[in-house]
Design a protein around this ligand. Sequence first.
Ligand code: NDP
Length: 320
Amino acid sequence: MENEKVRCLIIGSGPAGYTAAIYASRANLNPVLYEGLTPGGQLTTTTDIENFPGYPSGVAGTQMMEDLRQQAERFGADIRFGIATAADLEKTPYTITIDDKKVIEAETIIIATGASAKYLGLPDEDKYAGMGVSACATCDGFFYRKKVVAVVGGGDTACEEAIYLAGLASKVYMIVRKSYLRASRIMQERIKHHPNIEVLFEHNAVGLYGDPGVEGVHLVKRLGEADESKYDLPIDGFFLAIGHHPNSDVFATYLETDETGYIKTIPGSPRTEIPGVFAAGDVADPVYRQAITAAATGCQAAIEAERYLAEYEFKQAMKL
Ligand code: NDP
């Protein structure tokens, strides 16, 4: 297998990874960044980002990620396409296998692999994958122009997806299992006043039907209650927006995670319990999960990596 030595390896290319790359390259750590499955991360599948300081009119997620990438490259970050498929964090230098065919020996590692969309776990989600089931409105909404779609979830993501889809589809149903939306007040107001969006509170999706693609969803209203009822709702597209799963599986043997899989770091820092291994952004953040907080922890991780490397390389040189 091909082998390469690097001082600072960054895995992941959302705001955390790119910000880490900007800081690490400016500190002469010669970082190598592997972009992962979704170059640019989750924000490339969102619409406008309106809450990142410095953009009074908002900015498209894809644009912000492209800007961050270019900024990192300007200072010399080596940005590559590839996915971390295995890790050995037993001893230094740590090794990360890329695409099952290349081994990177790294003195420091910044894990910024983010999080991925969750699915309900219905067999029909697999059956209709790419045939009416999606977890990304921005990616797939285009296929549902003037059609009827449903979005599952009641958080900010679901509301954002519903509003985006309502600009394309003729009708958007939101399938919400509780009697209220969890989303922020401003999002709730937008949903409430949108003429194309109808919220189905206290509803659960339990299956899909159609041949060959999705033609409808099996719904249960007030699941488990005395007045529980079942009915079918004709739709053309079924969008999941029920939260995310942190992409920590490759590292889980070595790093402590919480019950959901978020990597645990030393409070107030991106340091993990393994010296020289840092976790930044959504993969380690079950609480805030914002672009700005991800960028901030990416910065912290790069500063920590620089400090760690200074000591590590000194000890190596002195044979301590
Ligand atoms: P959330 O965890 O906030 O919401 C998930 C939603 O999905 C909830 O309504 C939840 O229901 C529902 N859900 C979860 N599992 C199931 C299930 N098995 N069946 C049915 N419904 C289910 O995730 P989001 O992705 O919406 O948001 C994550 C974070 O990112 C939040 O902090 C949010 O504020 C932030 N965010 C901010 C944005 C912005 O500021 N522009 C945009 C998008 C996200 P229940 O309430 O019953 O648990």
